[in-house]
Design a protein around this ligand. Structure first.
Ligand code: ZN
Length: 153
């Protein structure tokens, strides 16, 4: 069962503007230390920030000084590792989401990574797609700068 509370945290992270978007890798570390994430990389980072214990290793790639982060036992750098899937209660390493692809007549869903890497969909558009996929409406209070929600569960 998808954990909607955790998915909401992920979607809010996409909407927050705190994460810089990158392509083709979950997380890249640029030579100046800046991190860039694809949408699924944000998903990994949010899980880790909220208690998922998972191995992460930064490995150098061919480019000068650039690194990729490998997540989990199998060292995923492109799609969602099993540990992160389990944390969110999903069973897929990628997601088919409704997101504009540039074709006005297209009613198809597209993979989140394809939207991220190929369509140039920004995190806002991708967040909207995830909201539709999991039927999590945007809570108006969640975008306010003061986030003092009382979570009693
Ligand atoms: Zn399309």
């Amino acid at each position: 069962m998808p954990n909607l509370e955790r998915l909401e945290m992920f979607i809010q992270a996409l909407e927050s503007g705190e994460y810089k978007q990158g392509k083709e890798r979950l997380t890249k570390i640029l030579p100046d230390g800046t991190k860039e994430h694809c949408c699924l990389g944000v998903m990994c980072e949010v899980a880790i920030a909220n208690g998922l214990e998972i191995e992460t290793i930064a490995v150098s790639v061919g480019f000068e000084g650039e690194k990729n982060v490998l997540y989990g036992e199998t060292g995923r750098r492109d799609f969602l590792p099993k540990e992160v899937q389990r944390w969110y209660g999903v069973n897929t390493n990628n997601f088919m989401i409704p997101v504009p692809c540039g074709d006005e007549n297209c009613n198809s869903t597209h993979s989140a990574t394809y939207a991220n890497d190929m369509f140039g969909s920004d995190f806002q558009a991708i967040a909207n797609g995830f909201r539709t996929l999991f039927n999590i409406p945007k809570n108006e209070t969640s975008v306010s700068s003061e986030n003092n929600e009382n979570n009693e569960s």
